[in-house]
Design a protein around this ligand. Structure first.
Ligand code: GLC
Length: 685
């Protein structure tokens, strides 16, 4: 049951794709407060859980903190933050009653979930214009499905994007790129794509290539494609201000950049120095910006990542000038606590200052709009620009696209990565916990920077992180310039990393099938235990184990020097302790709490009763993974059935029934396949 309420004149965000008639009266479950802002609150029972908010800090159960939907370039994903790069205003309360709420408004929204008062939740909107949707259902999964149906089908990437991907901010030349690929191939470390960070551009100008560093860019893209490696360049939100640069000139000529009150383009500073932001909320400007991707598509590129699109502002030009004046006035002074703080405060005030959001405007179909009012839509609309262009330019082909900033609705055009995490054990866990929350709001193609972006990784952290990421759809190792180099071939225990990568390629048929079924059916791919085992009183306490698809539960090791971990089983499960594709042992565990050993080279996988995990023999790239023969790990009590989805991985005819094969394994290990005829080696667990 979905109900919609309108407050003020909400901006049409296009988060929702279905028409729902408006209900009259009060929003159910929430009490409207008569304060300065539009706000709603409700009491929380002592056992109530609150799930959702997509990309944010802290746990899966969001209770116990205040969060703020305000997309921001925040590299410190610590517990004291309230906002990261995204605004995902959907949550579900489960307890005495079970309901979901989606606050569709592009301005800032705060969610005080048991922060001010342990037993109270208050949602406050900075601007009082919103469409509010309330969902009722028997359980969290039903509510999530209602919501997902409302917001439309999730983005589906090409199949190669489920392979392993290597990235680093610091690869500068063609030689750097060829070398990384060569090291992978020579060492039999599977690889499907390599990323270009900002250094491939000419002085950080979008849609250009630095021909000194990459004189044979097209040939490189082609050579690597022949080696089954896709080149994925970054695109930033800000367009460099530079006479003679076509994108800048066209944007100025047509009035496609965001403007200030007086009609002159708003100038911010980002990587290239001064930039203007394309007005992606203006449909014409959006179309124009999307067309720019063609330059790289024509060079053979078939994947992109959109960055700095909160949009990130190092400084606004006029604020920078005034801060420089303030600081100059302090020259020669004896700075004490207050004056030094003033000095630091002035510098800190430069970046991502919300006052600057009020200084520029978008020309939207609903008229001129201050950026502040629609702030949370920028990353979404930048990615929409690209997605709509791909639909026009290559309608039958999937293009890889994911973004840093997002809002609900963007999930139809691309995935996301979780921004600038650090090489910290706790960030590996944080990225793991975000997965189900992101699935709730439609983002299925997701993953964090493996090994951590900032700070120096250690070998054991990278190994554990790779094991944790085995089921993450986006499996990309990415790191920042100046940090320890963390390509998998740089470490002594290359064998463990190689074996882990081969396990990933073994898992691909299952992973892809589960991802696709989740995308096509508006379901979650990663689920917390409590969503499935709804009657289990302990399940809500478990936030470091997730169900990946329908058959498997994962339980990675998240601590330094961990040689095993506690695992909670809500029902009897079979375990595979996986060291490599052909080196593993298996066991069965009854429901309950267990301490299970897992050496550094071991990943624990659990298979649910009457379910199975299908695995290929691996491969060095996705096209090398063959599915005419597969191994099946089946935990059969009476009869295990698996619906296996597969397609060509490039086209868009998703709904063809030919893609489904039904595999049935009986208790004695005999099997049947309806659909494709595959040869299976069954291993009963
Ligand atoms: C941002 C991105 C990061 C990228 C860097 C340089 O920090 O989040 O992934 O490497 O910019 O482009």
């Amino acid at each position: 049951m979905i109900r919609k309420y309108i407050f003020g004149s909400p901006f049409q965000t296009d988060a929702v794709v279905c028409d729902i008639p408006c209900s009259q009266g009060d929003v159910p479950h929430m009490k409207q407060e008569n304060g300065e802002n539009l706000s709603f609150s409700c009491q929380l029972g002592s056992a109530d859980e609150v799930y959702g908010l997509g990309e944010n800090v802290r746990g899966i159960n969001k209770r116990g903190w205040r969060y703020c939907s305000c997309c921001v370039d925040e590299p410190n994903h610590t517990e004291d933050r309230q906002s990261l790069y995204a605004a995902h205003n959907f949550l579900v309360v489960r307890g005495q009653t079970c309901f979901g709420i989606f606050v569709d408004t592009p301005g800032v929204v705060t969610f005080d979930i048991g922060y001010t008062h342990l037993d109270e939740m208050t949602i406050t909107l900075v601007y009082p214009d919103a469409a509010i949707y309330v969902f009722e259902g028997m359980c969290v999964l039903d509510i999530v499905k209602e919501f997902r149906t409302l917001i439309g089908r999730s983005y589906i990437p090409p199949k190669w994007a489920f392979g392993f991907q290597q990235s680093r901010w610091g690869y500068k030349t063609e030689e750097d790129i060829y070398r990384v690929v060569k090291m992978h191939r020579e060492n039999h470390l599977p690889l499907d794509s390599i990323y270009l960070d900002i250094d491939y551009m000419e002085r950080y100008k979008d849609f250009t290539v630095d021909r000194e560093r990459m004189p044979h860019f097209e040939k490189m893209v082609q050579d690597l494609k022949e080696d089954h490696v896709h080149v994925v360049p970054i695109i930033d939100a800000g367009v460099k201000v530079e006479e003679g640069y076509a994108v800048y000139e066209e944007g100025i000529e047509n009035g496609y950049f965001c403007k200030e009150e007086d009609g002159k383009e708003f100038t911010a500073g980002v990587w290239p120095g001064r930039v203007h932001f394309p007005d992606v909320l203006n449909p014409e400007a959006r179309k124009w910006f999307g067309e720019q991707y063609r330059v790289l598509l024509d060079m053979g590129v078939d994947g992109f990542w959109n960055d700095m699109n909160e949009p990130s502002i190092f400084y606004a030009q006029d604020r920078l000038d005034s801060v420089i004046d303030q600081i100059a006035a302090l020259k020669g002074r004896n700075l004490n606590l207050e004056t030094f703080e003033q000095f630091m405060g002035a510098v800190r005030s430069l970046s991502d200052n919300r006052e600057d959001y009020q200084k520029f405007y978008h020309q939207t179909p609903e008229g001129r709009m201050s950026h502040d009012r629609v702030h949370n839509l920028f990353g979404y609309y930048m990615t929409r620009a690209a997605g709509e262009a791909f639909e026009r330019l290559c309608p039958d082909r999937r293009i890889l696209m994911f973004s840093r900033s997002s809002y609900v609705g963007m999930h139809r055009y691309g995935g996301i990565w979780m921004g600038d995490n650090k090489s910290w054990w706790q960030h590996m866990l944080l990225n793991y916990k975000m997965q189900p929350s992101l699935n709730m709001v439609g983002f299925l193609y997701t993953g964090g920077d493996i090994g951590g972006f900032g700070a120096d990784v250690t070998e054991d952290l990278l190994i554990r992180w790779m094991q944790m990421a085995l089921f993450m759809p986006l499996m990309r190792n990415h790191s920042a310039m100046g940090t320890r180099q963390q390509e998998v071939y740089r470490f002594d225990n290359q064998k463990i990393l190689r074996d882990t990568l081969h396990v990933r390629y073994g898992l691909l048929p299952y992973l892809y099938s589960e991802f696709m079924k989740a995308a096509l059916g508006d379901e979650m791919y990663f689920k917390p235990l409590s969503f499935l085992y709804t009657e289990d009183a302990y399940a809500p306490q478990v936030e470091d184990q997730l169900l990946a698809g329908d058959s498997v539960m994962t339980a990675p090791v998240f601590v330094q020097n961990g040689k095993g971990r506690y695992v909670y089983l809500p029902e009897e499960m079979a375990m595979i302790r996986m060291r490599s594709l052909d080196d593993y042992d298996t066991d069965r565990y009854p429901a309950g709490h267990h301490y299970i050993e897992a050496g550094l080279n071991e990943t624990l996988l659990f298979v649910r009763p009457d379910k199975m995990l299908i695995m290929s023999d691996g491969g060095e790239y996705t096209e090398d993974v063959h599915t005419d023969h597969m191994k099946v790990f089946a935990f059969v009590k009476t009869n295990a059935v698996y619906e296996w989805y597969d397609d060509d991985g490039m086209g868009k005819k998703y709904d063809d029934p030919e893609h489904m094969t039904k595999i049935t394994v009986a208790a004695d290990g005999t099997y049947t396949c309806e659909g494709r005829n595959i040869r299976l080696t069954v291993e009963l667990l």
